[in-house]
Design a binder for this molecule. Structure first.
Ligand code: HEM
Ligand SMILES: [Cu+2]
Length: 827
């Protein structure tokens, strides 16, 4: 087979449907990555317009351009859009687009999940835009503190849009994080051991793990606040045993890691671009990986520095202040590694490099003001002033927008296959740089003079007019620069002439395919022996196109790639992907129906939507099932490998494992909330405990343990070729009994709107019940599959996945029932 025939054949297998149809049915990572990036950029424009409106209002004293209510919506939506609808999705889009290409594989681990995540993001973002358009947008600030956002002080629908819309969007972040983690660990080119991974993949891995453990506390907080608003359960109301500080803890448990979730991908771009621009290799690869891991770890112990003014005990202040200054160390290691890399090489000042320089100047200043506000007495002065707003923009714009602009200019030739036409980018950079520093240096200054953030106006007597005017004019200069970047990209993408492959002479694998990339990425998969394969094998691209790698002989019309050992990259299994489908967009729409039913208080529709999601999920999984064993397959170079979907450690098992990491963090945050209210909130102990019952406790725990054990037994029997139903039927029965135990708990609770104690137990019980039902559904599904001949001793992946979930159910059942019954027993 020659290269052209191979290309035609592979493209026929991998291509998305043509035209707009392809948009709704594509599961291809290149398509979805582009859709993510375009949508995120659109939200950046919306957020930018809001910023301009804010600056227009603040340009002069006593201005009446917008009123206080609109101003509150503008700054809240600006912050919300920039953080949730621009920054995180930009990372997702970039990683979705690049990771498979960099890792030398053909797609991400779960193509349909990529699409589902995109549509959740698009629909959730659209909800927030609708709110903005009709003037009913959230207005409580991007961190939504109750009691301001509670039912008493924000009775309208505005806050609900935030809580529900953002939770909807967050599904996409969790999907992407699961997907990236599994893809980076298991879907790489043969031979790519962990220490040969491109540095960007390391950053994406750390970021994904942080999303899995950082987002669940916020999702929990949003659920609790929405439940309080909709049903009057008093989690955050001090008179009924709640505490509004609980929200602040949950929010910043998410919010501080969020800053690094935004910064680390940008650092990944910087670490990729600098060595190429300096014509050398990255200095201190191992140190950089270690410091990224250290940053991730440290950042979870810092959240309290956002709460220095809330009356934290002195010991706490000292600890969190010291910890906050400590993060400067791993950040410093990375900055020095980058400087060292430039020192070692010969930096060439191409477009990407300009923005990297912009990053250095801006981010270092932001880091310095960060160390200033980590010092408690200074923070007491600067808290809630424009100084903080200026600081956070130095970090976010410097640490994210500049690196991303560098990344755009770096990878644009890959995406488009073209050369830049005009030198518009240089002028744009100058305007952005000057405009940015004009805007925010001025804001530091008025902040120190006492101007507070989030206040729509100030008196002329304050004398802040001139500084604010400078700030506003500069912000318009920056906006013009950003608009020019957009024009530059559009010209580049549609008008410019074709360019060479790999114009920067980079060494990583994304440059070893066609440009613009083919739907299947690589005609055959490379065998990787170095961190920069293209430096060792300059003609790698041609050799892959000629089919010299793995999977170079597409005999059967199916989408194939390889799964490897997580540590050393030895090929382990052959993966067969599903093809184009509209199932993800449909499922996202039904998920949207679920969220809308809560937003609009159409509660009769909520269970219907949930049932719809469950039904679609079953169709989703059903489509992966096979009726016959397929056994080991030829993958090239005389290697035969088993199918990934046969055996215990299937892609689904890996996905479930990391989804459960996020789930466990959610549950852990809930237990934290329970303990926090117990120990800190006023109004405890409650007037009435749940009347404890040894019988219920023993029954529930026993049932969940039996369910888990029987589930494992059924897997073992299936593997041994004996009938698995003998154990699976009792497992299902025991799961139903677990559900009954949770039902009993929920029925006997004291009134949940009377005290936060009963309200928290209600959530704990509902969480347990939901998981018992879920596991029961999975077991029933497995039984159906057995009956229909979809399992065998070889096709056993389903057993291992259900076992994972029933183990989890057993653990949470023990913890929930103990948390419910013990207090009453002790009292
Ligand atoms: C495009 C240029 C930008 C300009 C001119 C700008 C301007 C502003 C201004 C003036 C405020 C303060 C409103 C007030 O408290 O009175 C603000 C708040 C904020 N901005 Fe930006 N911003 C820009 C980009 C960004 C980006 C890229 C991010 C994040 C990635 C961001 C995140 C935030 C956040 C989180 C707040 C706080 C919102 C709140 O107080 O609830 N901004 N911005
Ligand atoms: Cu922080």
């Amino acid at each position: 087979m020659n290269a052209l025939r191979r290309h035609r054949k592979l493209d026929a297998i991998w291509a998305s449907e043509p035209g707009w149809k392809g948009w709704t049915s594509s599961v291809n990572h290149s398509d979805l990555g582009r859709m993510f990036l375009v949508t995120a950029f659109f939200f950046f424009l919306v957020g930018g317009v809001l910023a301009m409106l804010i600056r227009a209002q603040l340009a002069t004293p006593d201005s009446a351009f917008v009123d206080a209510g609109a101003f509150a919506q503008f700054f809240t939506m600006h912050g919300t859009i920039m953080m949730f609808l621009f920054a995180i999705p930009t990372f997702e889009g970039l990683a979705i687009y690049l990771l498979p290409k960099m890792l030398g594989t053909r797609d991400l681990a779960f193509p349909r999940l990529t699409a589902y995540g995109y549509w959740c993001y698009a629909f959730g973002g659209a909800m927030l835009l609708v709110a903005l358009f009709f003037g009913i947008a959230p207005d409580g600030g991007w961190f939504m503190y109750p009691p301001l956002t509670g039912p008493l002080h924000s009775p309208g629908i505005n806050t609900d849009f935030w809580l529900i819309g953002i939770t909807f969007v967050e599904i996409s972040a969790i999907c992407a994080a699961v997907e990236f983690t599994v893809s980076i660990l298991k879907y790489r080119a043969p031979g790519m051991s962990l220490d040969k991974m491109p540095i960007f993949a390391w950053y994406a891995l750390v970021t994904s793990l942080m999303i899995l453990t950082g987002f669940p506390p916020l999702i929990l907080g949003s659920v609790l606040l929405e439940v309080e608003r909709a049903f009057g359960l008093p989690f955050f109301q001090a008179d009924l045993g709640g505490d509004s500080l609980l929200w602040q803890h949950l929010f910043w448990l998410f919010g501080h890691p969020e800053v690094y979730i935004i910064f680390l991908p940008a650092a990944g771009v910087i670490s990729t671009v600098i060595p190429v621009m300096a014509r050398t290799t990255l200095l201190g690869y191992g140190w950089i990986v270690a410091s990224a891991l250290a940053l991730a770890f440290l950042s979870f112990g810092l959240w309290v520095h956002h709460m220095f003014t809330t009356g934290i005990p002195h010991m706490g202040l000292a600890f969190f202040s010291a910890a906050s200054t400590l993060v400067a160390v791993p950040t410093g290691v990375q900055v020095f590694a980058w400087i060292g890399t430039m020192w070692k090489g010969r930096p060439e000042l191409h477009m990407p490099m300009l923005h990297i320089l912009g990053f250095f100047v801006t981010f270092i200043i932001g880091g310095l003001t960060g160390v200033m506000v980590a010092v408690v007495p200074f923070d007491w002065q600067a808290h809630d002033t424009a100084f903080i707003t200026a600081h956070l923009h130095y970090v976010l714009f410097g640490g994210f927008v500049f690196p991303m602009l560098a990344g755009i200019y770096y990878w644009l030739p890959l995406v488009s296959g073209r050369k830049r036409l005009f030198r518009l980018g240089e002028l744009a950079f100058a305007l952005i740089f000057v405009g940015f520093h004009g805007t925010f240096l001025a804001m530091h200054w008025v902040g120190l003079l006492g101007q507070r953030r989030r206040i729509e106006t100030y008196d002329a007597e304050t004398g802040w007019g001139v500084i604010n005017f400078i700030s506003s004019v500069s912000s318009f200069v920056m906006a013009i620069g950003l608009a020019m970047v957009l024009v530059d990209i559009i010209i580049h993408s549609f008008v410019a002439v074709r360019g060479p492959r790999n114009p920067w002479r980079a060494g990583t694998l994304e440059w070893a395919g066609m440009s613009p990339p083919a739907s299947y990425n690589f005609a055959s998969l490379p065998m990787v022996g170095a961190r920069a394969p293209l430096y060792d094998t300059p003609d790698l691209a041609n050799r892959l196109a000629k089919g010299e790698g793995y999977l170079g002989a597409p005999e059967v019309a199916r989408r194939e790639t390889l799964m490897v050992d997580a540590a050393n990259g030895r090929p382990e299994a052959l993966v067969i992907y599903p093809g184009n489908t509209r199932l993800p967009i449909l499922m996202a729409a039904v998920t949207g129906g679920f969220f809308l039913s809560i937003l609009l208080k159409l509660f009769w529709f909520t269970p219907l939507a949930l049932a719809g999601v469950a039904a679609l999920a079953l169709v989703w999984v059903w489509q992966l099932s096979a009726r016959a064993d397929q056994g080991p397959q030829e993958v090239g170079h005389g290697t035969t490998l088993p199918l990934a979907s046969e055996g215990d450690r299937s892609p689904g098992w890996w996905g479930s494992t990391f989804l459960l990491v996020a789930n466990a963090t959610f549950f852990g945050s809930l237990l934290f909330g329970y303990a926090f209210l117990w120990t800190v909130a006023p109004g405890w102990p409650p007037a009435q405990w749940l009347a404890p019952s040894w019988v219920e406790l023993a029954f529930g725990i026993g049932a969940a343990l039996v369910a888990a054990l029987a589930q494992h037994l059924s897997a073992r029997r299936n593997r041994a070729g004996t009938a698995p139903m003998v154990a699976l039927a009792p497992a299902l029965l025991a799961t139903v009994a677990t559900a009954v135990a949770f039902g009993a708990l929920l029925l006997r609770l004291p009134p949940p709107d009377g005290h936060a104690y009963a309200a928290t137990l209600l959530i704990l019980g509902a969480y347990g019940l939901a998981h018992a039902l879920l596991v029961g559904l999975m077991q029933s599904f497995l039984i159906l599959q057995i009956r229909r001949g979809f399992t065998s001793p070889q096709r056993r992946a389903g057993f291992a996945i259900v076992a994972l979930w029933s183990d989890y159910l057993a653990v949470i059942t023990v913890l929930i029932l103990l948390a419910a019954h013990l207090p009453g027993m002790i009292a």
